[in-house]
Design a protein around this ligand. Structure first.
Ligand code: PPS
Ligand code: MG
Length: 462
């Protein structure tokens, strides 16, 4: 991880405008936050031998992705979710393209990436930013999944509602969303998906957005979508992710993370990334030479996780471009890197600094927007992720579902600070979460962090 320079990830957040939004206010914190007394032991990551017995299947008649032996469709045991995985990866690829286009236009309108309203960034009631990309991604994911499964009962939990767009003030915004959606859907065949026969109307787009109103829960199957996770990073021209997961009977069974600014190789992530992105508008890069993003995916129980480049960078979706990813083998805290949210309003930097010190971590924290932090753990670019939100904040399932299964299948461990698995079965929130979230590349580091949390919790100001 040493070659990823901290400032490349956090450059945007150090600007005065970035520092001021949202307010980094820790008032309202309650001492003695509830600790969960006990829970079932966290499920261990699948053993490597399981991974060795599964393989990627490409170019078959149905272009199915997965063939985990002993668990094929209808074969008893675990399902392999081949069809769902295929749909999810393709759909997230389309969503990445939409986001790239919107981010480029935001940066063109406002090269400083300050996230000001003039560049097409709007404010939600909680003052968090929202853009055309949030609604656009939600609409295309909803439309494409429903079309792929030819099934009106596709059920989706997602972050955005249609209120702003449906209001009389939202007419211009809605037009922009409709244009962005149609601009991408017309290219769907490039991603192996069907385009609508004619452009979607505003009412179709609103309907697709509205369809994402499932409330989740313990039974049945639903998709979970964060259309643009890390919206602050998105509007600042930095990291963000499109996160899509499938939950069945309260368990995350499949996750896909689109990371449009997180290159296939960490060496490509450098100080100049933002400069190159801006320059690419002057002189568009030749196909295949840009490689600035990736899509990661895994399904539960396969023991493998995968990464492929963005179709937008390569021209066509080709499963042969996928490669397996694994967590880091580093277990010595001295050599380990931990990552955490950029904004201290979202996670206490002082508490994690104390933990890092007591565990013996020596490197500077890697502060990265969005679930790209989960991507970094899954492919071995960092060893530890910690998030300790202020008391009273309830984590939402769409901010974690896709990343959790990808980390686990890549060999990592993720629990709350009490060592319990995150519970995706209780609606849109991660109810019962004990203090914070800790993901590690291995059980040893994870155990040491949990011990450090217990040792320092009572004397903390959290
Ligand atoms: N107060 C508070 N505490 C904790 N978490 C919060 C809080 N407010 C929001 N959120 C959620 O955090 C999501 C962004 O997480 P990040 O890790 O990207 O944070 S950061 O921007 O890097 O600081 C962010 O996701 P997006 O809205 O999709 O960006 C929120 O769901
Ligand atoms: Mg989010």
């Amino acid at each position: 991880m040493g070659s990823i320079r901290l400032s490349a990830w956090t450059a945007a957040s150090s600007s005065p405008a970035a520092r001021g939004f949202p307010p980094s206010d820790w008032r309202g914190r309650v001492r003695g936050r509830r600790r969960r007394a006990h829970c079932a032991p966290p499920s261990a990551p699948p053993p490597p031998s399981l991974g060795a017995s599964s393989r990627l299947r490409v170019g078959t008649q149905h272009e199915l992705l997965w063939d985990c032996r002993g668990g094929g469709l209808g074969g008893g045991g675990r399902r392999d979710y081949a069809k769902e995985m295929e749909a999810a990866v393709r759909v997230v690829q389309v969503a990445c393209t939409l986001c790239q286009r919107v981010q480029d236009s935001l940066l063109l309108a406002n090269p400083a990436g300050s996230g000001s309203n003039s560049g097409g960034v709007h404010s939600k009631l909680d003052r968090s930013p929202v853009t055309v990309a949030d609604w656009g991604v939600q609409a295309i994911v909803s439309w494409l999944l429903s079309d792929f499964f030819r099934d009106e009962s596709v059920s989706i939990v997602a972050e955005e509602d249609d209120q702003t767009l449906s209001s009389s003030d939202g007419t211009a915004l809605l037009e922009s969303v409709v244009a962005a959606v149609n601009g991408c859907l017309v290219e769907a065949p490039k991603y192996g998906l069907r385009s609508p026969e004619k452009d979607l109307r505003a009412s179709d787009v609103l309907q697709a957005i509205r369809k994402c109103s499932s409330a989740g829960g313990p039974k049945g199957r639903f998709w979970v979508l964060d259309p643009v996770d890390g919206t602050l990073g998105f509007v600042r021209g930095d990291q963000y992710a499109i996160a899509l997961a499938l939950i069945e009977d309260g368990e995350v069974v499949l996750g896909v993370l689109g990371c449009p600014n997180y290159p296939m190789k960490k060496e490509w992530l450098n100080y100049h990334q933002r400069y190159y992105r801006l320059m690419s508008k002057v002189a568009p890069p030749a196909s295949g030479s840009w490689n600035k993003g990736c899509v990661m995916y895994a399904h539960k129980g396969c023991g493998q996780a995968w990464m492929q480049p963005l179709v937008h960078d390569f021209g066509m979706l080709n499963w042969h471009n996928s490669r397996e990813i694994q967590v880091s083998s580093v277990s010595d805290p001295v050599s380990a890197t931990f990552c955490e949210p950029v904004e201290k309003a979202n996670s206490s930097h002082s508490f994690t600094a104390g933990l890092a010190h007591s565990v013996g971590l020596r490197k500077q924290p890697l502060r990265v927007y969005s679930m790209v932090k989960y991507a970094a753990i899954a492919r071995g670019d960092a060893e530890i992720f910690m998030k300790f939100a202020r008391a009273g904040y309830k984590e939402k399932i769409w901010d974690h579902a896709a990343g959790v299964v990808i980390i686990q299948e890549a060999g990592g461990v993720i629990t709350d600070a009490g060592g319990c698995p995150l519970d995706f079965s209780r609606g849109v929130y991660l109810e019962g979460l004990d203090r914070g979230i800790i993901a590690c590349s291995g059980a040893l580091l994870h155990h040491r962090i949990l011990e450090a949390v217990d040792a320092s919790w009572n004397s903390s100001t959290l």
